[in-house]
Ligand binder design. Structure first.
Ligand SMILES: [Zn+2]
Length: 458
């Protein structure tokens, strides 16, 4: 058996099979039922959402041996030949490669002859906006006096480039981008019939990468089956499409949120070793932080196109985190993306942004105070006013004595140790804690004037 790509194999064959375009198919079915068939139709919408497919179904509906009927039989000679693209009276023309006046004049002459098989003569012109002005003028002459039983179906992704004189003679149908949920269900149903399993993460990545185009989604599916066989997991999709996995993005974000800059940089290194580019990483990170911001601020409606497990991951990362904190991290990482566009070193820009972002938690008091061992070190810093700026601007050079900034960085290392320094006088320590907290709060107040980002309530 010859190999058929999914886009052809899974192409909808009847109006009922067309997904996400019910507003179009319902109207067309009604028109056929009530015998109000137009001379010219314009199908507009993004690529790969079913315009040409619907045009072919309309052709079948009109030329089926039991037609015109909203439900073509799919078995008669006409239905089968239209489906296979070999019907004598159904002509598909690519507007991009037949855009000149000669082609359209030729078409005009042939359109005068009645349909060879007694039904409708149907011209499907794809990418009609590519025609030249002269060609459009020639086309207009046919539309002004359309021959009997000749129907034009124009498809275009750019209706604005079609002259108003043509538009005004067409019945226009606007096809919509296919929502991820609808596309995901369709793909997993069709894949299931072929014995192909695709997990939810993989499905959501495929839908996201397709940008709402079923044709693109199915072409990704073709590649995936060649790449990983009949069992498709998220990792395979990430690898094939160069998409950064959500786990990695969540780990980097969590490191930054919890003031572990060094660990964030280690994760960046891991990502580069695994073959991602800095640009891919930044774009993915900005997208992840945007979703994190929505989750942290409770505006989760805006989180779309994600699988349940990705949403759970985002909610988990955002749990207990202030939206202002996430917003500031997002600003820094987007800033790095801007810097790269203006020629800055990609890696240094990203690392500097992550490092700076990882200091926000402590600087603004979003992060809980570090454990006792660190507290000693940090209190030395807060006592030294000159060190304050070091905490907020880690990219600045450290003074020769440099004690303040160094102390903070060492505190990160100390926190990894699980051995408590001083077990015997817990109560004393707690008292010390609260006074340290006050100091820390006044420290936050001091620096708050520098920024306009402090939240009113934490
Ligand atoms: Zn038929």
């Amino acid at each position: 058996m010859s190999y058929l790509v999914f886009a052809r194999k899974w192409r909808p064959q009847t109006f009922r099979d067309v997904i996400a375009q019910e507003h179009v198919t319902k109207t067309l079915r009604n028109a056929i039922e009530t015998e109000r068939i137009g001379h010219a139709y314009l199908f507009t919408g993004p690529r790969g959402v079913g315009k040409t497919t619907t045009a072919r179904i309309l052709a079948k509906a009109l030329n089926c041996e039991s037609g015109p009927t909203p439900d073509p039989c799919m078995n008669c000679e006409a239905c089968r030949r239209i489906a296979a693209g070999g019907h004598f009276d159904v002509l598909e023309i690519d507007g991009a490669s037949n855009r000149g006046i000669d082609e359209i004049r030729d078409l005009r002459e042939k359109a005068q002859y009645a349909a060879a098989e007694g039904g409708y003569k149907i011209y499907i012109i794809d990418e009609v906006h590519m025609l030249t002005r002269e060609a459009f003028n020639a086309l207009l002459k046919i539309l002004e006096e359309p021959p009997d039983r000749v129907i034009f179906i124009f498809a275009t992704t750019e209706p604005r480039k079609v002259p108003a004189t043509i538009l005004s003679r067409c019945q226009r149908f606007d096809f919509r981008r296919i929502p991820s949920s609808v596309m995901g269900k369709y793909i997993s149903d069709e894949a299931g019939k072929e014995g192909i399993t695709i997990n939810a993460d993989a499905l959501s990545l495929v839908c996201r990468a397709s940008g709402g185009s079923m044709r693109d989604a199915l072409s990704i599916m073709d590649q995936l089956v060649s790449f990983s066989g009949k069992d498709i997991a998220g990792e395979a999709v990430s690898k094939l499409l160069g998409l950064v996995e959500a786990d990695l993005l969540a780990d980097i974000s969590a490191s930054v949120i919890h003031s572990q800059g060094a660990s964030a940089l280690d994760l960046v290194e891991d990502a580069l070793v695994r073959g991602y580019s800095i640009e891919e990483l930044i774009d993915a990170l900005v997208g992840f932080l945007r979703n994190l911001l929505l989750a942290a601020s409770g505006a989760e409606k805006g989180i779309t196109d994600l699988s349940d497990s990705e949403i759970a991951l985002i909610e988990q990362t955002a749990s207990g985190v202030s939206d202002v904190h996430v917003l500031n991290i997002l600003r820094l990482v987007s800033g790095a993306s801007e810097q790269i566009r203006t020629g800055a070193s990609p890696r240094i820009s990203l690392e500097a942004a992550l490092m700076t972002a990882s200091k926000l938690g402590v600087a603004f008091g979003f992060e809980d105070l570090p454990p006792v061992t660190e507290r000693v070190a940090v209190s030395a810093v807060t006592a030294d006013k000159t060190a304050v700026s070091k905490v907020i601007h880690p990219q600045e050079e450290i003074d020769s004595d440099g004690s303040g900034a160094t102390a903070v960085i060492e505190a990160d290392t100390l926190s990894n140790s699980s051995v408590p320094l001083n077990d015997s006088n817990d109560e004393d320590t707690q008292e010390a804690d609260s006074s340290e907290k006050e100091k820390e709060n006044s420290f936050v107040k001091k620096v708050s004037g520098l920024f306009d980002m402090i939240p009113e309530n934490r």
